[in-house]
Design a protein around this ligand. Sequence first.
Ligand code: GLN
Length: 495
Amino acid sequence: MSAAAAAGAAAPSAAAIAAAVRSGERTAGGVLDASLAAIAAGDGEVHAFLHVASDAARADAEAVDAAVTAGRDPGPLAGVPVALKDNLCTRGVPTTCASKILDGWVPPYDATVVERLRAAGAVVVGKTNMDEFAMGSSTENSAVGPTRHPKDRTRVPGGSSGGSAAAVAAGFVPVGLGSDTGGSVRQPAALCGTVGLKPTYGVVSRYGLVAFASSLDQIGPMTTTVADAALVLEVIAGHDRRDSTSLAEPPPPAGRSLDRGVEGLRIGLCRELVDGTAPDVAARVREAVEALAAAGATVEEVSVPEMRYGLSAYYLIAPAEASSNLARYDGVRYGLRVDAPDVASMNTATRTAGFGPEVKRRIMLGTYALSAGYYDAYYGKAQRVRTLMIEAFARAYATVDVLVGATAPTTAFPLGERVDDPMAMYMSDVCTIPSNLAGHPAISVPFGSGADGLPVGVQVLAPALGEERMFQVAAAVERAAAERRGTAGAGEAGA
Ligand code: GLN
């Protein structure tokens, strides 16, 4: 099978696979074979994976099949192949963050999400490509070369979780895990045409996620259906004493209201998440909102002007935290070491050789923002903007249940287009960053395509712990997208 065929194939959902494996209709081993065959046939061109862990995956699958044979319940994700972004620690399997500085490092432990996925019967197939240390929006900042968009090899898949998004969009696996600090799950999901979720901060444990900006990072799934995203969230969510920011309270319900419809819900079409997006993207967002109105929701236009400061605040806070988090890569504790006559020059030589240009840019930016005399003016001020953002969202949610807007300002852009223009690259996340600053959940759902025929994502945002409502609306957007596919045929109006 070619990657193109794989990209076009309607792969079964995680829920369908798990049901088939639990009932004995399919084996986890058979499901894994199909996944590995699709990767072998298509990933040479897509380059979604950095490492395919066939042996470990085989052991996972055998354990699931043994449970079924023994009459034990293998769990809600029985036999579901999962791809993990390469910043999630996997015991015995290399974890590189697509950086040379972690060359050769093999974690001695699994991330909590990995433990929970496996306990639910999932089969970890491998580790996916990303922007180095999750810094980027196209996966072009990977030290080992970019991932290509499965539907158009001349384009980027988005980033920084581009490998996981591409692996799902190409039909290699039904579930990918990514991390979302400023949009890195939702933006590549939108560009590749998958569902992508960032949960409320603290709902999913960050234990074993290599830290980028600890106050913003959340792990989230990429899937082919909204129901699968809810299913995976239910598996990975919940308190973990190994993450001090993990919420003590029980996680919010996720998949409970998917079929309830949106009758009576109040939807805010968020002006700041439409204005400034490409005309074809804005048109799809408006059509999605019209479909929600037709399904019985009340729609009003809402403005959250403070969102305009999100990007500026993010590019102080995220680099500041990153500069601190990345201080640990010193040539002593992890991966790469470049020898030099004394320790200080060994540190410098290692970091000079090990980090790529974008990571260095962030470390310098963050170190500057935190330095004496500048801390209040930059980092402190950005933190105050963050508070303003939370207050602004609270005002909006006093009148509406959820906000709807674009996930990304454009569809997938050509490889190379933004690599020399950091501002243009940073703008890719202008619609996703506000939810990270506020710690709120948000999900991207595929809704039609742009003038170029490539997917558009519609974003549904909700207040903290508002996952249930968010999923309820997301499911309605997904139904509307399916209806319009049924009626619109192949062609898609440009604007
Ligand atoms: N693209 C944004 C950045 O480069 C967000 C990255 C992320 O969410 N990990 O920082």
